[in-house]
Design a protein around this ligand. Structure first.
Ligand code: RB5
Length: 151
């Protein structure tokens, strides 16, 4: 499984720790975030990871900025991306089971590294349940593609 990872200047340490954590578990991790402490605009990494996932160059994506919000918003602007920004393992798990999220984002200024690892584990180990949830995802796609919803 290939995971694209991206970050801004406030999340370099957490990005590196999560990357190593995942590599030690056997995941291939592609780093497209910044490794410099110079100010860096989070939409750049959010967009890069979003595009990689949308174009199947990565299976899933992980994004980290100060809050996880800006970088997650950027990813969600890419068609086909469902990015969850969260600070707890329960939301991470359910976001995969029900919403089939393909990118996870969180904030290096919001949670500690152990919580981040727990969130990542729950999210990666969860499986999309399909069924009635697929119908709702189809509705999200309709909104994205047509800016309309037939219900
Ligand atoms: C950078 O100062 C900060 O705005 C960014 O890391 C992130 O929290 C934005 O959502």
């Amino acid at each position: 499984m290939k995971i694209a990872i991206g970050n801004d200047h406030v999340a370099i340490d957490m990005k590196n720790e999560i990357k190593l954590y995942l590599e030690n578990k056997g995941y291939e991790v592609i780093n497209v975030g910044t490794d410099s402490t110079e100010r860096f605009n989070y939409p750049v990494s959010g967009f890069k990871v979003g595009k990689m996932v949308a174009e199947n160059k990565a299976d899933l994506g992980i994004l980290i900025c100060g809050t996880g919000v800006g970088i997650g918003l950027a990813a969600n602007k890419v068609h086909g991306i469902r990015c969850v920004t969260c600070s707890d393992p329960y939301t991470a798990k359910l976001s995969k089971e029900h919403n089939n999220t393909n990118i996870l984002s969180f904030g290096a200024r919001v949670i500690g590294i152990e919580t981040a690892k727990m969130i990542v584990d729950e999210w990666l180990n969860a499986k999309f349940e399909g069924g009635r949830h697929q119908n709702r995802i189809d509705m999200l796609k309709e909104i994205e593609e047509t800016q309309n919803l037939s219900e």
